[in-house]
Design a protein around this ligand. Structure first.
Ligand code: SF4
Length: 338
């Protein structure tokens, strides 16, 4: 159930980049669906994080949020069991982030690897890029979540959330748990170029809701073992990202077969990719069907997000009220002194 205090609480979110791709699914969504069985889950679309770089198109934003929400529901996130919502529908996220700015240090924000990477090439660095991890700490701690499913690249930010919780507790009294990482996703998924992380901005993705023909067309472009020039050349599955993807969608004996037939050159890359495309399309058949039904009544997605936001706001108001109280913002209390 969505509100079940007996279960450990989880928070996680994803930026609204439109339809989810294989990297989003294997790195996070697949794990989120499983977590619903055992945890009380808050799954957010973190739209306020997506504007921190400053470079985005406002006109595309609503459809990016809608398409990601559609992906969430299509893969099996269940609004009856999880709280699914959009960050900007719960103003307490930014309110708490502001209060956390009083315990976060500029020096530690400047040391974040992501900040250094993203700001390096910018002439003028938006303050939001620096404060991004403070908002992330607020996202998690607003729900007093104990567990956060994260990839390796987010561990540093989560450690900062723990530090902010510790520092705030030390100053204003024990209140926030120190959230722990849940490492269960597949980790870094390489894109079809075989060299960089799968990412929409790099154009190296496969959408999870793409139809079989589109999946086939996308996978056909995947980079394979560069030494396998002719079909008769023996291949090296261990250097081929197509083989890695087989490993994430097929049973172990089938994966072994892919490796053997690559090494002894009894199967070419074109056929190998076709088999992978079929597996991917087959895996997401049910999700595509659910997405088709949901797309036919878009009001349903808005309903889910509204109900999730209402639930999230209730929980957030409890935390923010307590935080303000402990930080001395007791305006109601002062009425009695007048
Ligand atoms: Fe990669 Fe398959 Fe080609 Fe081997 S046969 S190099 S695993 S695509």
């Amino acid at each position: 159930m969505a509100d079940d205090p007996s279960r450990p609480r989880v928070f996680s979110g994803m930026q609204p980049s439109g339809e989810a791709h294989l990297g989003n699914y294997l790195g996070a969504l697949r794990q989120w669906v499983e977590l619903q069985e055992s945890h009380e889950c808050y799954f957010c679309i973190v739209d306020e994080h997506a504007v921190t770089g400053g470079d985005y198109a406002p006109a595309d934003f609503p459809s990016r949020v809608f398409d990601l929400a559609l992906s969430y529901l299509a893969v099996g996130l269940d609004p009856e069991r999880s709280t699914i919502f959009v960050q900007s529908d719960v103003p307490a996220h930014t309110a708490l982030a502001w209060l956390f700015n009083s315990v976060a240090a500029v020096g530690e924000l400047e040391r974040m690897t992501q900040f250094k990477d993203k700001s390096r090439s910018l002439e003028s660095v938006p303050a939001g890029l620096l404060n991004y991890p403070v908002l992330q700490a607020a996202d998690i701690l607003l729900y007093r979540a104990e567990w956060v499913p994260v990839g390796e690249d987010q561990l540093q930010h989560l450690e900062l959330s723990r530090e902010i919780a510790r520092r705030w507790n030390a100053r204003f009294g024990e209140f926030f748990p120190e959230p722990q990482p849940l490492i269960g996703g597949v980790g870094r998924i390489l894109g079809l170029d075989g060299g960089s992380k799968m990412s929409k901005s790099l154009g190296n993705t496969v959408g999870i809701l793409a139809g079989p023909e589109e999946v086939q067309a996308r996978v056909r472009t995947a980079v394979t073992d560069p030494q396998r020039i002719r079909r008769t050349d023996p291949g090296r599955p261990e250097v081929c990202n197509v083989f890695t993807l087989h490993g994430l969608f097929a049973a172990s004996d089938e994966v072994e077969d892919v490796a053997t037939r690559c090494r002894d050159a009894t199967r070419g890359c074109v056929d190998c990719k076709r088999i992978l495309s079929d597996r991917i399309s087959g895996h997401f058949g049910e999700a595509r069907e659910r997405a088709r039904e949901l797309s036919a009544r878009p009001g349903r997605i808005r309903e889910v997000l509204d109900a999730g936001a209402e639930r999230a706001r209730r929980e957030a108001a409890r935390t923010l009220g307590e935080v303000r109280e402990r930080m001395g913002m007791r305006w109601r209390g002062l009425e009695g002194l007048a």
